[in-house]
Design a protein around this ligand. Sequence first.
Ligand code: GTP
Ligand code: MG
Length: 138
Amino acid sequence: IERTLSIIKPDATKRNLTGKINAKFEDAGLRIVAQKRIWLSPAQAGQFYIVHKDRPFYGELVDFMASGPVVVQVLEGENAIAKNREVMGATNPAQADEGTIRKEFALSVGENSVHGSDAPETAKEEIAFYFSGLELVG
Ligand code: GTP
Ligand code: MG
């Protein structure tokens, strides 16, 4: 059993899509074992996405992630990291498969509704970035 860090991004919380997106996770067999709605400061958003600091879209990404509330969550399941990225769909919604979250809800390559960890090490780091051990229940 594996855990991954998921974020429902500001474009989605603003459009009241948290429940619809969570239903996609649950329908795919992913269990939401921790969840909270927070509003990141630009400094916190910048720290979270620091790996992208040299990419041309970094400033835009940080401003967007701090532009409204996000829902951060831990999803658990068999192959949760890969499963979640499958349910999310491609980064650019124009390239996302039918039935994926980004195909259905994303507005653009930047405002793409969800984040998901991409590997076991990053999942571990990203979960620890947002959640304490006490907040993680079975
Ligand atoms: P995450 O799960 O959010 O990490 O998405 P990803 O792994 O599918 O994509 P990646 O890690 O390459 O990029 C991180 C995030 O940066 C994306 O989800 C987008 O929100 C944003 N992003 C990526 N490419 C672009 C771009 O060309 N323009 C803008 N504005 N944002 C981008
Ligand atoms: Mg990524």
